[in-house]
Design a protein around this ligand. Structure first.
Ligand code: FMN
Length: 165
């Protein structure tokens, strides 16, 4: 979806701290995916004119990015994507929930389609995301984390159902 004639934008504003951009990505993507489910189209836009966004910004808050929302001229297009082995920072066999999480993370939109992140599975089973820098890479990382969680939780819930049978 292009930005040209988007009738509305969602202004992503939050209290400034080190986690602001990542939080905006994580929660903003939930709003974007809900809008898509409802039949609308969305487009994250880091380049916008703040003067055209009449949102109220309190002291200590910052307008980080907007999400254009409306009925798109089309449904977007498939983008060239990295492969799991390009973003997974460890060798060896991985559980299905991790692999599917990575697959969903690779479907996440990133600014300039840069996909500058890495995902590692630690020995204790925790997952670590690394932001490799670049424009809006922290917002990207929040978006990517949410996509990963959707994928990983889906597989875990399926496995849970099977073990109940
Ligand atoms: C953090 C972030 C910032 C973005 N900023 C812009 C932007 O300023 N302008 C733009 O056209 N697309 C921007 N995008 C990309 C769009 O959201 C969208 O992914 C891209 O236009 C591809 O759309 P398509 O599926 O219609 O091809 C940004 C994406 C992310 C994740």
């Amino acid at each position: 979806m292009g930005l040209g004639s988007a009738p509305s934008v969602i202004a992503c504003i939050g209290r400034e701290d080190d986690s602001l951009e990542e939080r905006i990505g994580y929660f903003g993507e939930q709003v974007a995916l809900l809008a898509q489910e409802l039949g609308l189209n969305t487009c994250w836009a880091g380049t916008f004119n703040a003067k055209n966004v009449p949102a109220k910004i309190e002291d200590g808050e910052r307008l980080v990015i907007v999400i254009a929302i409306g009925y798109g001229a089309d449904q977007g297009r498939q983008h060239k994507s990295k492969k799991p082995e390009n973003v997974v920072d460890s060798d060896g066999e991985k559980p299905d929930w991790f692999n599917f999480g990575v697959e969903m993370a690779l479907l996440a939109p990133t600014a300039l389609n840069q996909q500058k992140f890495e995902i590692a599975l630690n020995e204790d089973g925790s997952v670590e995301f690394t932001d490799k820098g670049g424009m809006f890479s922290k917002v990207d990382l929040g978006i990517v984390k949410y996509h990963f969680e959707v994928g990983a939780d889906y597989v875990r819930s399926q496995e849970g159902e099977q073990s109940c049978r």
